[in-house]
Design a protein. Structure first.
Length: 211
């Protein structure tokens, strides 16, 4: 109806990075509006419950930076026992390898892959700041400072290429427009070719295709 504005809210959920036994599996959202109160139920996601295989199988890659929370209770053990720490590093080596494989297949972009690695390192820096061996060990596997700006560089290169293509198309459009106007004015083709060569700094060969 013309007098009704329908607003559709997307499906949503609440993500708990840490949870207790009392943390519910579902929550109610209550929205107070000028026309009354609206309530509905949304699911609760508990990051520490998601196993690595489930994360990749269900495509929940946004959980990867928070996967370290599932190991938080064992940080002291990892810090004291190098053999146990190697198991954690091997697990993160698997994460890195699987992300690389997804990027190679084109399932995710290189930018997404680097962003997930970068965010994982940032979360690790905060949650394991008191555990040097854990922090340094996992970062060494995932990629350290070398990757810190890699995702940004990829994005910037993409923007740069986009600008270059846009400029190239704009120049071509300008040349074709110039040629069209001069033709309509009855200017000889040889004169037109000479003019666009000088105006757009083109070679004789490159200028021919516009005629």
């Amino acid at each position: 109806m013309g007098s009704v504005l329908t607003v559709t809210f997307p499906h949503s959920a609440v993500l708990f990075l840490r949870h207790r036994a009392t943390t519910p599996d579902r929550m109610r959202i209550r929205m107070a509006t000028p026309g009354g109160t609206v309530e509905y139920t949304i699911p609760v996601m508990k990051a520490q419950r998601y196993a690595l295989e489930e994360i990749f199988r269900k495509g929940l890659l946004f959980l990867i930076p928070f996967y370290i929370f599932s190991h938080e209770s064992r940080f002291e053990e990892y810090e004291k026992d190098e053999a146990v720490l190697e198991l954690l590093k091997a697990e993160y080596g698997q994460i890195r390898a699987r992300l690389e494989a997804l990027a190679e297949k084109g399932t995710i972009s290189e930018y997404i892959k680097c962003t997930l690695v970068d965010m994982s390192n940032k979360v690790l820096e905060n949650i394991a700041r008191k555990y040097d061996s854990v922090r340094k060990g996992v970062k060494a596997v995932m990629g350290g400072k070398v990757l810190e700006y890699e995702a940004k560089t990829i994005l910037e290169k993409g923007i740069e290429k986009g600008i270059e293509k846009g400029i190239e198309k704009g120049v071509e459009k300008g040349i074709r427009g110039t040629v069209s106007i001069l033709k309509n004015l009855g200017v000889p083709l040889q004169t037109i070719q000479t003019q666009i060569q000088e105006q757009y700094d083109l070679s004789a060969e490159a200028s021919k295709k516009y005629l």
